[in-house]
Design a protein around this ligand. Sequence first.
Ligand code: NAP
Length: 354
Amino acid sequence: MGFKVAVVGATGNVGREMLSVLAEREFPADDVIALASSRSIGKRVSFGDDDVLDVQALDSFDFRGIDIVLSSPGAKVSAAFAPRAAKAGAVVIDNTSHWRMDPDVPLVVPEVNPKAIAGFQKRGIIANPNCSTIQMVVALKPLHDLAKLKRVVVATYQSVSGAGREAMDELFRQTRAVYVNDQIKPEHLTKQIAFNVIPHIDVFMEDGSTKEEWKMAVETRKILDPDIAVSATCVRVPVFIGHAEAINCEFARPITVAAARDALRSTRGINVVDHRNDAGYVTPAEAAGEDAVYVSRVRADPTVTNGLAMWVVADNLRKGAALNAVQIAEVLADTYLGGRRGKVEPLRRRAETV
Ligand SMILES: NC(=O)c1ccc[n+]([C@@H]2O[C@H](COP(=O)([O-])OP(=O)(O)OC[C@H]3O[C@@H](n4cnc5c(N)ncnc54)[C@H](OP(=O)(O)O)[C@@H]3O)[C@@H](O)[C@H]2O)c1
């Protein structure tokens, strides 16, 4: 018998990607259930190349018998349903911001702190970090092990898919509006995004930073080391998929560019592309659809003692969300839920071939 998996938010950007990643990686599920709001009853979503799943309503769904829930329905919805699913016996791997800083909920990036997964037993919930945090801590971890990070200054260039389907549609509509000279009306994002950049993601905090910037700091400390200082500026850019980050690090000990590159190269999940020519670095458009965290432009930062600068790019819907969640599910299934439960036939039952 394989695992029973429910995907909550299955009609959204992240949920759809979760279904793709589960199928691609042949997660040992013998039942996959797609859940969304009651607005989506009657809709169907793809699972792998050949299958479709009927979407069911989260509100009335009974989680008894479900082993693992992959969740991305937004923070408020997750706050309400995750304890109900956990109480019914499922382990919820949640992509929203709601549970991340709960001391009884582990916040996990499998390349960085896989052992923290054991903490799921407290509440039956594991949190997936923010997309910008995930790709940053994957790149920082080998460098921290090498020379101990003291401070990180990061500027992000975040794609609109990080704000959901509606933000992607908004970029498309506004771009078209610019070309046909139509009026531009920001609806989902705060200002015009087509041919523009917006230094405002999530709400403003009392100190003038945004919640997205705060999340990058507190989540990095929870995952990697509570002593690391992080200063972030988070910016939405007119890119559909793929987040980029310009990161400056200050270390306690000396670190050479060569040693940093070697450490990055030998880390699972990282692909170093770093040559000083036109093809020698990776951009978001090239990282879309890929699993790796790409590191380019590694160089010394001579403005601080033991300083290093780099450019880090990843697909925010994959490593920044769905892939990270499925990787957590794989460790959970293998290590804590009784292993792979033998070889499981690919799912066919609930779906109709299209
Ligand atoms: N996009 C990213 O890069 C990223 C990365 C990490 C984390 N996240 C987080 O993941 C969550 C979803 O992001 P997204 O980009 O996938 O958003 P999205 O494209 O807007 O999708 C939202 C999903 O949530 C469902 N939903 C909304 N209200 C619901 C309700 N009351 N009950 C059940 N389902 C409900 C929607 O279902 P309907 O279609 O029925 O409305 C849809 O499936 C957010 O919390 C986001 O912060 C996103």
